[in-house]
Design a protein around this ligand. Structure first.
Ligand code: XUL
Ligand code: MN
Length: 346
């Protein structure tokens, strides 16, 4: 039987969305935060992820005191629900200030905005009692290569990380790499880049990573390998499990929707490296299909968690002894069929 308790599950308010895409309007009505929190609890999740402005809406129009006051109100709401905050992430891609980048913008005023906002995000994390700051470096890249220098941008990123690390000696920063979208090409496209960037900062041990399955696939990489790479540094601090059909826009499909075999290997990678034993969460960064009706607005989250737990059973019952024998014999043909039959079940 699966020991479900080893894993803690989370999602963010943005994972219950309204179905808009670049070609059409919303297809479901928006739901208030309290409704989302109640659903999260009802579905058996343990934690919520936050962007800074999920925690404090319209953050840019509020004073640091007001931001702290609203964060405290949110903390009380979470405590009352028995839910903890997994992480806080500065949303640095929405403001008119960050059209051409945040930490790597060519405009010094935009770079200052990005750092000030990141420090407010750390204030919120402190109040919500999490030490984890997630950075999806959405606009840190270019639409054309002549616009910025990769070396200068890397140095600017390290300097921005230093400002955050110095501001609060307790926080850890998990970089969530993604190779493209919204930019043509991003500066920190893979976990290798994230791990290397950590070593340009003044406290490398507090800079780690978060693997999102779809982002790894968009980089042409295997999500399970990206996870194990970060874990070999002891630095896989969160995962955003979801799925993706090939190299196109970021689809955020339910976990296992496109490749059950890849999902199995991701769960197996987490399980065999004891992911979660230091309190790391399994987060699902998934979205409903646009066609989903409001009465099914959280099914993709329930289903992703259910698939994870089913695959956990599969990882725990995989016949490792036979697998090792086949590996020793170099009989990968049989190993392949063994994995397929294990997933298919009897
Ligand atoms: C974007 C993405 C974000 C981050 C959090 O592709 O995955 O939602 O996970 O900022
Ligand atoms: Mn994500």
């Amino acid at each position: 039987m699966a020991k479900e308790n080893q894993y803690k599950f989370s999602f963010g308010p943005w994972n219950i969305s309204e179905g808009a895409d670049p070609y059409g309007p919303t297809t479901r009505p928006p739901q208030p935060f309290d409704w989302k929190l109640a659903k999260l609890k009802e579905l058996g999740f343990d934690a919520m992820m936050f962007h800074d402005d999920d925690a404090v809406p319209d953050i840019d129009s509020k004073s640091p005191d007001q931001v702290r006051k609203e964060a405290k109100e949110l903390k009380k709401k979470l405590d009352d629900a028995g839910i903890f905050a997994e992480m806080v992430a500065p949303r640095l891609w929405f403001s008119p200030m960050t059209i051409d980048g945040a930490y790597t913008s060519n405009d010094p005023k935009a770079r200052k905005y990005a750092i000030d906002r990141s420090l407010r995000c750390i204030d919120i994390a402190r109040i919500l009692d999490t030490d984890l700051i997630v950075l999806w470096l959405a606009r840190e890249g270019t639409y054309l290569r002549e616009a910025k220098s990769a070396k200068r941008s890397t140095e600017l990123l390290a300097a921005a990380l230093d400002k955050m690390l110095d501001y609060d000696k307790k926080i850890r920063i998990a970089i969530e790499p993604k190779p493209n979208e919204p930019m043509d090409i991003a500066y920190i496209p893979t976990m290798g880049h994230a791990m290397a960037l950590a070593h340009l900062t003044n406290d490398p041990k507090r800079v780690g990573g978060l693997v999102e399955s779809a982002h790894a696939i968009l980089a042409g990489l295997d999500p399970a390998d990206e996870m194990e790479f970060a874990m070999s540094f002891g630095k896989l601090w969160s995962v955003h499990l979801n799925d993706q059909n090939g190299l196109k826009f970021d689809q955020d499909k339910p976990f296992g929707c496109h490749s059950l075999r890849s999902a199995f290997n991701q769960v197996r990678a987490l399980e065999r490296n004891k992911y979660g034993s230091k309190g790391e969460c399994v987060a699902f960064d998934v979205h409903s299909f646009r066609s989903t009706k409001i009465e099914h607005a959280v099914d993709h989250l329930a289903h992703s968690r259910k698939t994870f737990l089913r695959l956990l059973e599969k990882a725990r019952t995989f016949d490792e002894a036979t697998a090792q024998k086949l590996i020793a014999e170099r009989d990968y043909q049989a190993l392949d069929q063994m994995a397929i039959e294990h997933l298919l079940g009897k």
